[in-house]
Design a binder for this molecule. Structure first.
Ligand SMILES: Nc1ncnc2c1ncn2[C@@H]1O[C@H](COP(=O)(O)OP(=O)(O)OP(=O)(O)O)[C@@H](O)[C@H]1O
Length: 946
């Protein structure tokens, strides 16, 4: 059963995992894709694969790190449900095919056009002096890779990798830990308007396995590696299909499950080691009187700390008083403790909704001895799930980690509403609720106070985040009905982070090497380097190893076990550098990371703040360097447009969603993800967001149900189908609604379910039972969004206009977030007068100010960006491109995406990156390219009409 997401961080990554091995050859597509014309053979570009992610400092009162000892015109929209789609749309060149070509899906967010970097490199501005680091050493020539590897192995052996020493060191840091001072954003928040949602019935039965993101990642991996359809198929057969009714579990799922079991076991082994009588007594004391004294005693016993950090006590007291609270503390400031202590004191369960399985595992491991935790994940076996449920019912588990999808599954909700008392719901990474955050997740949109209250009778919510702008905070507090009086924000950045920035030159890798080999970075033991693209992490880590800098890459395309191993090596100081995408860092609690380097631009200041927050958690002076360059900026800016959609496409999509018109009210419907995505050129994530919006907007048009593989091929084995049908209503319906193909029965689960007024899950379960009895075997395929229609829109035009406007605003918001990062970097490098403590490449005061202004909503991008609004040859190029591809149906957005080098479901990079126009106009504003494309399409259509 296909589901939504307990994932591995990839949703954060804008680039799909890279597929390292060449895929099997491309099978013939359902219908032939239009081959792009090549004008200049030499200009045919290969596509490179990418993956995406990002961090900041001040110096006073902070200890300097010691040198490591060892490591060196839109078409008119339809107005009614049944309005036939126009066939002679403006802006579409009629195909030469009689049937529409079915192009393989490709969301090539991470696919760069071939030669992208070299072709566009326009930087020569890098000034070594800008770095201004002491002991700038000449870069030694690279070693022969073989020798380097041997040397690096030898070095590793000699390294001070004694975990004991490392532990002692970190203990001594703890003792010497300096108070963490925070740069506070103290702008008053305007009053929160608490919007009562019509949350009744808004929950969905989603994600019984919850692995959508993993699937998506993997799929992206295959897609973006400019590889074939069959590569995807093979992956799909491994992961997506349910063979003969049996869930096939991939190695990755098994590995993830092993990690969960390990964490659960570890968590359970620890219990009772500390004098539990003392703790019980301390808990009782807090229950009697929630005083600072009692809470500090409990803190000492449970966590071993002498005092609370800024914001912790305040938050804990509010929560213990049953008040929903919004807590904004910098990364590493100790947010987890704010639910751990209440979890011990409150009588019922504390549920923690967390976006990533990896994060949940880390948090589970970090629970103190006295708190027993549990985790529910889609990868667990039924036995493991029932064991967790048993422990929950017996009250053994005090803190349960769940994904938002699992949490909103009605089965899960009913278990809790019936059997268990929940005292507190914690929404971790709460910014994911808001579409205006840097990391919006549709499933988080469902987290509403009204739902918690109605379904679980829980009134107390603790929302936590490290990075949220004022707008995002409003959205979160409104959804969770948290009053302004319960808003705690203590700072954004720790002042032990020294922030530097430089414009990188043609050879960013060399710049990076120089940086690492120069003081102060050369004196730092543990460094994280953030990149945007997976292939970059592999390249850079190999490059650093060649220069005797022990490093490993980390991204979501690496198997879970290997990722875990890299994290272990890093945490035990056996490697010095981790070169990672965004997938690394969430939940990482290595206190002595001394430096974070952004090799690529972060997509937003939120991302930057979150990632630099991995450094200096021990309170010691730590260094954060940001490289920026125009080329990366242009490419990332293009990528920000990969999820936009046109009103026309949304209108067509709505027609499909409500395809059965008035008859569909109450009906179970489904949309097969892959084909629908291709048909409307909408990414699956965008379709999911739109469906969620149709469920949770002002009017509830539908109710989302668990995602399923909807197409079934069934074989009967024991009893003759007709005989079985006589005594089995489901079988009777299947026979009636099936198509017989070579003795097999092929049917669509929702159709069968509708015919007997059952749910799709009922039908699936029934099939499973028949299979267990040996009556049938079956195969399910085609993951689909499932939903029930609640209300038919009276007309589609205004609804699609409304949804388009919303998506466009979200798209512009993303673009402006990236523009703000670049602007902050440019202002620091080009215009800083260095009067307020900035020096050389070190711009801590001015970057801190920018960041603080941004989070307060006061930021002005007063330096113009380098994105052009026109180019003399653009119209001509578009014209040539269109004329060479007369067989394809383009929209202005599709043309603009190709000109920006962004693949989409209907125009995948695997095919379209072969045109030499691919990515040619990344430096021109996307909207401007769309306008030019619109004009040229009108010309072509006009001529055709003549
Ligand atoms: N009052 C305290 N005194 C000393 N150490 C503390 C205190 N509170 C928390 N810590 C420690 O600080 C570290 C970071 O805590 P935690 O992981 O909860 O931070 P966080 O705010 O959740 O960070 P992130 O946003 O990165 O997840 C942990 O090792 C934790 O034990």
């Amino acid at each position: 059963m296909e589901t939504d997401s307990d994932s591995d961080g990839s949703h954060v990554s804008s680039t799909p995992p890279r597929q390292l091995n060449p895929p099997p050859p491309l099978p013939p597509p359902l219908q032939p894709p239009p081959p792009p014309q090549q004008h200049t053979p030499a200009a045919i570009l290969k596509s490179a694969k990418l993956e995406i992610r990002v961090e900041s400092p001040s110096l006073s009162n902070t200890k300097r790190r010691s040198k490591p000892k060892t490591f060196e015109p839109e078409p008119p929209c339809d107005t009614r449900t049944h309005t036939p789609l126009p066939t002679n749309l403006p802006f579409q060149i009629r195909r030469q095919f009689t049937t529409s070509p079915s192009i393989s899906v490709d969301d090539s967010l991470e696919t760069l056009p071939a030669g992208f970097f070299s072709k566009h490199a326009s930087f020569s501005k890098f000034r070594k002096s800008d770095l201004n680091f002491e002991n700038d050493q000449p870069v030694p020539p690279p070693l022969n890779p073989e020798t380097a590897e041997i040397k690096s192995e030898a070095l590793k052996k000699k390294k001070p990798s004694n975990p004991e020493t490392a532990e002692i060191k970190s203990e001594s840091f703890k003792k010497k830990r300096l108070p963490i001072n925070l740069v506070t954003v103290d702008a008053p928040l305007p009053p929160v308007i608490v919007r009562k949602s019509n949350g009744e019935g808004n929950f969905v039965r989603l994600n019984l396995r919850g692995n959508k993101h993993k699937f998506v990642n993997k799929l992206k991996n295959t897609r973006n590696s400019s590889q074939s359809y069959s590569g995807r198929e093979s992956y799909r057969s491994k992961r997506k299909f349910i063979r003969n009714g049996t869930k096939s579990v991939s190695n990755e799922e098994k590995e993830e499950n092993d990690l969960i079991n390990e964490a659960v076991e570890e968590s359970q082994k620890k219990k009772g080691k500390i004098g539990s009588d003392l703790i019980d007594e301390a808990v009782r004391a807090v229950r009697n009187e929630v005083s600072e004294e009692n809470l500090v005693s409990l803190l000492k016993l449970v966590h071993g700390y002498d005092s609370f950090r800024d914001g912790q006590l305040e938050a804990i007291k509010l929560v213990l008083d049953g008040k929903s609270t919004m807590l904004v503390l910098p990364t590493g400031a100790g947010k987890s403790l704010c639910y751990q202590i209440p979890a011990m004191v409150l009588p019922g369960l504390t549920l923690v909704v967390s976006p990533l399985v990896a994060l949940m595992i880390d948090q589970l491991k970090q629970l103190p001895h006295a708190i027993r935790g549990g985790l529910l994940s889609s990868t667990q076996s039924p036995e493991e799930v029932s064991e967790t449920l048993r422990q929950l019912q017996e009250g053994i588990i005090k803190v349960l980690f769940v994904s938002p999808e699992k949490f909103l599954n009605p089965d899960f909700l009913s278990t809790y509403s019936a059997n268990s008392s929940i005292s507190l719901i914690v929404v971790d990474e709460a910014h994911c609720i808001s579409e205006w955050s840097h990391n919006f997740r549709p499933s988080y949109l469902r987290l509403r106070a009204s739902l918690f209250q109605a379904k679980l009778n829980v009134g107390c919510i603790l929302a936590m985040t490290a990075t949220a702008t004022t707008t995002t905070l409003h959205a979160v507090m409104s959804a969770l009905e948290i009053p302004l009086s319960n808003f705690i924000q203590k700072g954004l950045l720790r002042d032990n982070l020294q922030l530097s920035v430089s414009l990188s030159g043609h050879n960013r890798m060399k710049d990076l090497l120089m940086l690492i080999k120069s003081s102060p970075f050369s004196e730092v033991q543990s460094i994280i380097i953030y990149c945007k693209f997976q292939y970059e992490t592999d390249q850079i880590s190999k490059y650093l190893c060649d220069y005797n800098i022990s490093s490993k890459s980390y991204h979501s395309g690496i198997p879970a076990k290997d990722r875990c191993r890299v994290q272990e090596l890093f945490c035990s100081n056996k490697i010095r550098v981790v070169v990672a995408t965004v997938a690394f860092g969430m939940g990482l609690d290595k206190s002595d990371v001394g430096a974070v380097i952004h090799y690529s631009l972060p997509g937003s200041l939120e991302e930057y703040v979150q990632e630099i927050g991995r450094a200096g958690r021990d309170g010691r002076l730590s260094y954060c360097h940001l490289f920026f360059d125009d080329l990366t900026y242009f490419k990332l800016r293009s990528l920000m447009h990969s999820e936009g959609a046109d009103e026309y496409a949304i209108n067509k999509f709505l027609c499909q969603v409500f395809a059965d018109g008035l008859n569909s009210r109450g009906k179970l419907c489904s949309l097969v993800k892959e084909s629908t995505s291709r048909k409307f050129d909408l990414k699956e994530e965008v379709m999911h967001t739109l469906l969620t919006r149709l469920e949770l907007g002002d009017v509830q048009y539908l109710r989302l149900l668990p995602q399923l593989n909807v197409n079934c091929t069934l074989n009967f084995h024991k009893t003759a189908p007709t005989l079985l049908a006589d005594k089995d209503i489901v079988v009777a319906a299947i026979i009636k609604k099936s198509e017989a193909k070579k003795g097999q029965y092929v049917f669509d689960i929702p159709t069968v379910a509708n015919s007997i007024c059952a749910t799709a899950v009922d039908v699936s379960n029934h099939l499973q039972n028949l299979k267990l009895k040996g009556e049938v075997t079956y195969e399910l395929k085609d993951p689909a969004f499932c939903y029930r229609i609640v209300e038919i829109p009276s007309e589609f035009c205004s609804l699609s206009a409304h949804l388009t406007k919303w998506l466009t605003e979200v798209e512009s918001c993303k673009v402006s977030k990236l523009d703000t990062v670049v602007n902050a970097a440019v202002v620091a490098v080009d215009t800083c007068d260095k009067m307020n403590g900035c020096c050389g490449a070190q711009h801590t005061p001015c970057l801190q100010k920018k960041i603080s202004d941004y989070f307060k909503g006061d930021y002005n991008c007063h330096v113009p960006n380098k994105i052009g609004l026109n180019s003399p040859f653009m119209r001509a190029d578009i014209k040539v491109f269109l004329q060479s591809n007369l067989q394809a149906k383009f929209t202005p957005r599709a043309v603009a995406r190709i000109m920006h080098g962004i693949g989409s479901p209907a125009f995948p990079s695997t095919i379209w990156s072969k045109t030499h126009f691919w990515g040619r106009y990344t430096q021109i504003d996307f909207q401007a390219v769309m306008e030019a494309a619109r004009a040229e399409l009108l010309n072509v259509v006009g001529k055709e009409a003549v």
